[in-house]
Design a binder for this molecule. Sequence first.
Ligand SMILES: Nc1ncnc2c1ncn2[C@@H]1O[C@H](COP(=O)(O)OP(=O)(O)OP(=O)(O)O)[C@@H](O)[C@H]1O
Ligand SMILES: [Mg+2]
Length: 255
Amino acid sequence: MNHSLKQQIEQIVGRMAEVIILDEQGCTSEVSRIMTTEGSFILKSVTKEKYRSWLMNEAKVLKDMGRQKSIPLPKYIGFFEDKHSSHLLMSYEPGSTLTAAIHKAESESEKLVLIRSFGQFLNRFHMKEVSAVVQNDGDWLKRQLSTAREYVEGGLTSGSPQLLRFLECNKPDPVLQTIVHGDCTTDNVLVLDGKAHMFIDVSGMTIGDPRYDETLAISHFHDNPAFLHAFYEGYTRYKVSREEVSYFEGLYEFF
Ligand SMILES: Nc1ncnc2c1ncn2[C@@H]1O[C@H](COP(=O)(O)OP(=O)(O)OP(=O)(O)O)[C@@H](O)[C@H]1O
Ligand SMILES: [Mg+2]
């Protein structure tokens, strides 16, 4: 960490006693835990241009939605940028990711309890009355497809132009838009005391198509009927069809 960033952070959260790069990292950033005289914090750092704009959005979501207090999220502390990198400082939240918790669970029934609680957590989230929480800035799917097109044209994605064309021409019939996480995999949900309790990695959180969240939520356990069943014991508001899953998995390839 460079001197200027360290100074800016210490001005807000006190002198750093320890900085630990986490074992569990995502694909887009480097995440460190910072212990200071004031407590424990997470610093998420990004250098790639595409991911810098995602991180800026994540900062905005934490800041704006944090004020509402109705959605459990890490607390926004600060956002810092220099010429080549961006850094988001937020509260360190206890627990582990749902992916890690499922992996560590000692029995099948413990795994099922976790997955059911994830279903319940996502169900509650999608049912939130959100008009006051986030602005609805138009057609979510249209925006996703147009961002996907920019990425294809800029060579910023592994999704193919053919797939994009298919998605543009075969949009599913619309459903009621809700608040969505936008990258709702088991990697981006924290578990505490055996229950899904908080979202992280929230740069895509907005009003959108809940079938995208649902598709990503079940993406790790498609082939496991017991896990799917447990998820849908908790997530009762809708059940995506095979075609919808295939459409939204296709969309995910661009991000
Ligand atoms: N506020 C937090 N409190 C505790 N741990 C956190 C927090 N934010 C992130 N982490 C940890 O850091 C890891 C990576 O975080 P995150 O998912 O935000 O990064 P990412 O690089 O954006 O991931 P992705 O590749 O999914 O975009 C998480 O799996 C989690 O273990
Ligand atoms: Mg992540």
